[in-house]
Structures are given as C-alpha cells and as structure tokens.
Design a protein around this ligand. Structure first.
Ligand SMILES: Cc1cc2nc3c(=O)[nH]c(=O)nc-3n(C[C@H](O)[C@H](O)[C@H](O)COP(=O)(O)OP(=O)(O)OC[C@H]3O[C@@H](n4cnc5c(N)ncnc54)[C@H](O)[C@@H]3O)c2cc1C
Length: 313
C-alpha cells in the first residue's frame, strides 16, 4: 500500500502547537495536529489569562485555547484527538519520519514537537482542592493577583528563588519553605533572596496542607521536619516552585535532549539535531514558559518547516 506522506505533523495542542498549525496551514503545508491527552494544553487548567496580547479584558484559558483551535481549523488544519505513542525519526536530510498513535502509523516530512512541560506538584490533595483558588505554579502568570498580599513559595532551587524575588516586588511578604537546611539555588540567586527584605526563609520546613473557606487559600499548614512542630502561615497564595517535567519520554533516544529532558534546539531557531524535526514551546524552553513565547516559537517552527521543505525541492 502506498504511504500517505504528510508535509507537516504537529504533536501537541497548546499555544505553540496551534500557532504552528495556523502558520503551517496558511503556508499550504496541510498540517495534521495530534492533541494528546490534554487538548488545549496547560492553559485549560487555569481560569483567567490576563497577559496574552489581544484580550484587553482578559480571557479564560479554555476559551483562549478554543479560539486558537478555531483559528487553526479555519485554515483547514486537521485535528486528531489522539496521542502520539512512539516516534521513529529519520536522520537523513529529506527523510520520512514515522510516528505512531497506538497502532496507527503516520508518515511526515516534517514534525513539529509541541508537547509542553508539566509543572511538578508536591502531591497533596489540597493542591488540587485549592487550584485556581490560590495555588499556582507560575509567579509570572499569577503573581499580579497577589499585589500587597502575603504568599508562600515552596522550593529550594533557582526556580523557587526566582519566583520568590519576583513575587517580593508585588506582594507584602513572601515566606519561602525550604525542605533542607540549605538552598539548591545558585549563589547569585541565594544572594538575591537574602538581600530581599520582605522574603523570610524557613529552612527545614514543608507544606503539609492548606486551609481556607470556599476553596480559597487562607493559610498554609507547615511542619518543621526536624522538630515535627506544626504551625501555620496566613497567606492568600501558595506558589509551588519545585520544577517542571518536559513531556519528552517518547522521544528519549530519538532526539537530543538536555540533562533535564528538554529538547535541544539551535539558538535562534526551532531546529533540532534532526533534519525536518522542529521543537516549539515549553518542551524546549525552561526559561520563559509563557503562552505568548510558546506561540511565538510555534510560529517560528512552522516557518522553519516551510523553509526546510522549500529547500528540499
Ligand atoms: C495553571 C497554569 C496557569 C498558567 N497561566 C498562564 C498565564 O496566565 N499566561 C501565560 O502566558 N502562561 C500561563 N501558563 C503557562 C502556559 O500555559 C504555558 O507556557 C503554555 O501553555 C505552553 O504551551 P505549549 O504549547 O508549549 O505546551 P502545553 O500548553 O503544555 O501543551 C502541550 C500539549 O502537548 C500535548 N501532548 C503531550 N504529549 C503528547 C503526545 N505524546 N502526543 C500528542 N500530544 C501530546 C498535550 O496534550 C498538550 O496539548 C500557565 C500554566 C499553568 C500550568
């Protein structure tokens, strides 16, 4: 049977995937997009998105993602509500890449990987209960809602130190909970934390629960893991800053990843180490992690794919 070889397959349906689809479709690459298990991506797990340009009154995450999908479909992107389970990439210039959605085989000249990253949580039931009511994993996204208020940041690494110093500028007070008796962050970041007067660091402390009326955070329940003494901190927001996991398990051994599993791309482009395979959004970006930067790199990936195909002919 003759193989149906597509010009462009997009894996993932967050802001980067749908933006790649809009651009690829308008460049006549007839993209087919696989949504994965979370159609719309991370933004479908949040309420207000106030910082995406073009929505002066803000918009909810799910609505924004439906708009992006509609825009991609207006240019005839084919959307498959399936997950890619395996990849066999060609290493040849002009080679055909093979993807699997279960038993289904998909052949493509270019693949745009937009599988995102997942914020790590502690695993407390209360994190789910108070999600959208004061628990967040992104200070840039949600810090604004806590201006003049008190917040807790959980974590000991660079991410936690960055989130804490960012929040310290907006909020009245930041309490950092560090599980061990030392930070894991770089010296420069520790220095910034130590020199920010409205950050209080509680070493050897862990978050064990959250309390509040109507699923709105009012206090963080904490424990000193040395003395086992329990106490609480009155706060409006709790930021979990213990890292992210890029969704790259199915690409391990197929494509170059960094030590944390993020896909490596060439500086200033979305090109990976494999010809015809591009990566966009949070799956290749552990720094900015915003919808607008993910969308921007989705645009770049579609343009890189279009250029790659044009140069093959
Ligand atoms: C609670 C929360 C609130 C946020 N608020 C904001 C905000 O206010 N403003 C802002 O700019 N950013 C915000 N962010 C960050 C923003 O959501 C991300 O930066 C952005 O969604 C990244 O887009 P992406 O396209 O790279 O990936 P994601 O949105 O992570 O989407 C990844 C996609 O890949 C799919 N996928 C994964 N594996 C597979 C597979 N094997 N096969 C097929 N598909 C697969 C998933 O189903 C999903 O559709 C928030 C994040 C969270 C978690």
């Amino acid at each position: 049977m003759e193989q149906n070889i597509l010009d462009c397959v997009i894996v993932g349906s967050g802001p980067s995937g749908f933006t790649a689809a809009i651009y690829a479709a308008r460049a006549d690459l007839k993209p087919e997009l696989y949504t994965g298990l979370e159609p719309g991506g991370q933004l479908t797990t949040t309420t207000e998105v106030d910082n995406f340009p073009g929505y002066p009154a803000g918009i909810t995450g799910p609505e924004m993602m439906m708009d992006l999908q509609k825009q991609a479909e207006r240019f005839e992107t084919k959307v498959h509500y399936e997950m890619i389970t395996k990849a066999e990439f060609s290493k040849e210039e002009g080679g055909v890449h093979k993807l699997y959605a279960g038993n289904k085989e998909i052949f493509a000249k270019t693949v745009i990987i937009s599988t995102g990253a997942t914020a790590k949580y502690l695993g407390l039931d209360d994190e789910k209960k108070y999600a959208g009511g004061g628990v967040s994993a992104c200070a840039t996204c949600d810090g604004f809602f806590y201006r003049g208020k008190d917040v807790v940041v959980v974590g000991a690494g660079d991410t936690a130190a960055e989130e804490a110093t960012y929040l310290a500028k907006l909020t009245r007070k930041v309490t950092m909970l560090v599980r061990k008796d030392v930070f894991r962050a770089s010296k420069a970041m520790i220095h910034r934390v130590e020199n920010t007067p409205n950050i209080e660091v509680k070493f050897n402390h862990e978050l064990i629960g959250i309390e509040g009326e109507n699923s709105l955070v009012e206090r963080a329940m904490i424990i000193n893991n040395q003395t086992q003494e329990k106490s609480s901190v009155e706060v409006d927001g709790i930021f979990i800053a213990i890292g992210h996991k890029p969704n790259t398990d199915i690409f391990v051994g197929q494509i170059d990843l960094d030590e944390n599993g993020y896909i490596l791309t060439e500086k200033g482009s979305t090109r990976t180490n494999l010809p015809g395979v591009f990566a966009a959004g949070d799956v290749q970006d552990h720094i900015y992690r915003q919808a607008i930067t993910a969308a921007g790199s989705g645009c770049m990936a579609a343009m890189d794919a279009e250029k790659y195909l044009a140069e093959l002919h």
